[in-house]
Design a protein around this ligand. Structure first.
Ligand SMILES: [Zn+2]
Length: 132
């Protein structure tokens, strides 16, 4: 339960919009955002020390973040998925020429994506913060 930020109407929290004034961004829910679909893909940079055969990949869409990482035996890919609601924080550990994106989860294991370019890491951080 909450109140419409625009007119103060009492909301149950299940509304897509305020029944009183029509405000679509009611009480912190992201109905308007989550209906939009989008998809971004980022790859770790080979020249920065990422795996030569398959770079690690980070996909972000409207549902959350998927991290695909070649496992250490090089026989498969470890896939981790975090929905935006599971993410407790995201931060970028910035090095000289590359960055590690650390995505922390409330429940399960988080994601640690290494060797991404600094500009990609910043984009990843912003997309997650905007959708969380
Ligand atoms: Zn309202």
């Amino acid at each position: 339960m909450g109140f419409c930020a625009s007119c103060g109407y009492t909301l149950t929290g299940n509304e897509n919009f305020c029944p009183s004034c029509g405000n679509k961004s009611v009480n912190g829910n992201n109905y308007t955002q989550s209906k939009k679909t989008f998809s971004y893909e980022f790859s770790s940079k080979l020249i920065l020390g990422g795996n030569v055969f398959t770079p690690d990949r980070l996909n972000i869409n409207q549902d959350g973040v998927t991290f695909l990482k070649r496992n250490k035996y090089l026989i498969g890919v470890d896939r981790s998925f975090l929905s935006f609601s599971d993410i407790s924080y995201v931060k970028v550990d910035r090095r000289l020429i590359s960055s590690t994106v650390i995505i922390s989860s409330k429940g399960s294991r988080g994601i640690r994506a290494e060797n991404f370019s600094i500009s990609d890491a910043k984009k990843i951080e912003k997309i997650i913060r905007d959708n969380r």
